[in-house]
Design a protein around this ligand. Structure first.
Ligand SMILES: Cc1cc2nc3c(=O)[nH]c(=O)nc-3n(C[C@H](O)[C@H](O)[C@H](O)COP(=O)(O)O)c2cc1C
Ligand code: SF4
Length: 157
């Protein structure tokens, strides 16, 4: 096995566990805990697994809630041996060129940082088309592709 991505929770039943968020999805799911508790849970469990298997490349999750600071936290986790690779989920939907931005400018493009609006979660939770759910991405920052899909999903709701 080349690497393992560590994630947790269930996107349908416990989205706050898998993706700590600031703004609930429009279907009204509210987080029962502060999102930083969720980020901490991701970091602690991934670190425990990494420290139990130091030779296995593990990819951590749950960084996107930290927005502009996600890669600072990631760098600290890598430095401290708490993870091998920093995985970026929502932050990559919102800003797919985030690595290029960091390399070129030393920071993310602030206009396209994932703000954890949860639209991507809402799209994947809208299970009412022939494929079971809508294709998901970032409607706020990828309007061309996901704007029309978002409109369709909301219309169906
Ligand atoms: C729209 C969407 C779909 C996802 N689908 C999966 C999936 O199929 N399997 C999985 O293990 N994690 C899935 N995830 C969870 C991510 O792997 C990751 O654990 C989570 O987004 C937290 O990382 P982040 O804070 O960088 O977004 C999904 C996340 C999003 C936003
Ligand atoms: S829809 Fe875009 S901004 Fe909102 S949480 Fe998903 S990736 Fe982030």
């Amino acid at each position: 096995m080349a690497f393992v991505n560590v994630s947790m929770g269930n996107p349908y039943a416990t989205p706050h566990v898998i993706r700590p968020f600031e703004y609930p999805p429009p279907d009204g799911y509210e987080t029962p805990e502060h999102p930083l508790i969720g980020v901490d849970r991701h970091f602690r469990i991934a670190a425990a697994l990494q420290q139990a298997h130091p030779q296995l490349p593990l990819i951590g999750s749950g960084y996107s809630y930290l927005q502009e600071f996600m890669l600072h936290a990631g760098a600290a986790n890598v430095r401290d041996g708490r993870i091998t690779v920093v995985g970026v989920g929502r932050g990559a939907f919102a800003q797919p060129d985030f690595v290029h931005q960091i390399r070129q400018h030393g920071r993310l493009d602030r206009k396209r940082v994932c703000r954890t609006f949860s639209y991507c979660t809402a799209l994947m939770r809208s299970k009412n088309n022939e494929l079971g759910q809508f294709a998901t991405g970032c409607p706020p920052f990828d309007k061309e592709i996901y704007g029309p899909i978002w409109d369709k999903a909301r219309g169906k709701e």
